[in-house]
Design a protein around this ligand. Structure first.
Ligand code: CA
Length: 229
């Protein structure tokens, strides 16, 4: 169920918006000041925000600007003044849409649905384009060159990343240190096969959690290394 946050100081309007959105199957939260609305928007995972411009304390322009620094969820701005629309554009706040009061609640529901489906399409498309390898607790995002161990991101140097990815893409295959060195390092690069050993050690520290019995990269004595599937 999509979660929506309404930031609106006029309680009657906020209640009306909430009722209509809930009738359409959305989960709705409300805040009545800019400051509290911003705190809530940053602290919780909402799918869309309906943001009034004229608010006590921090106004909607500032709330929108600060939300945009952290989140890219759709923001629909609401204003009683038509002039504000130009201001929204001029400030480049990244609001996805704006509505001028008074508007019909069903118009709001229609816009919310349109923005959510467009946003979900974008998010899904992005996920598809990222090339991922997932083996047990390890997730390697080849597109973003990021590595997650049990959901937690770990920092890898370029060569550590290349080596881990190469081994994970060829699981259950034993590679000698010479083969790995040729595969990951340039032919004319300075270094020798001891470099491979050093990098394997560093990768293990990050993915094996300091365990003395490696779960992922096995040493095959006298031969080389293998990524266990
Ligand atoms: Ca207001």
């Amino acid at each position: 169920m999509s979660k929506i946050l309404i930031i609106e100081d006029e309680v009657a309007i906020a209640d009306l918006e909430k009722d209509y959105l809930e009738l359409s199957g959305f989960e709705v939260a409300m805040e009545h000041t800019g400051d509290r609305g911003l705190d809530r928007a940053l602290a919780e995972d909402f799918d869309l925000i309906v943001l009034d411009l004229m608010l006590p304390g921090m106004d909607g322009f500032e709330v929108c600007r600060q939300i945009r620094e952290k989140k890219d969820i759709p923001v629909i701005m609401v204003s009683a003044k038509k002039d504000d629309i130009d201001k929204i554009h001029g400030l480049g706040l990244g609001a996805d849409d704006y509505m001028t009061k008074p508007f019909s609640p069903s118009e709001l529901v229609a816009r919310v649905k349109a923005h959510l489906s467009r946003y979900n399409r974008l998010v899904n498309t992005n996920q598809k384009t990222n090339d991922m390898i997932e083996i047990r607790g390890i997730r390697i995002d080849k597109t973003a060159r990021r590595v997650y161990i049990d959901g937690e991101e770990k920092n890898f140097t370029t060569k550590e990343f290349d080596l881990l990815t190469f081994l994970a893409e060829n699981p259950n295959h034993v590679f000698t240190k010479e083969e790995l060195f040729r595969e990951i390092w340039d032919m004319d690069s300075v270094g020798d096969i001891a470099t491979v050993t050093v990098h394997i050690k560093k990768i293990r520290e990050k993915i094996e959690g300091g365990s003395s019995k490696p779960q992922y990269i096995e040493t095959i004595w006298g031969v080389g290394y293998r990524f266990k599937l």
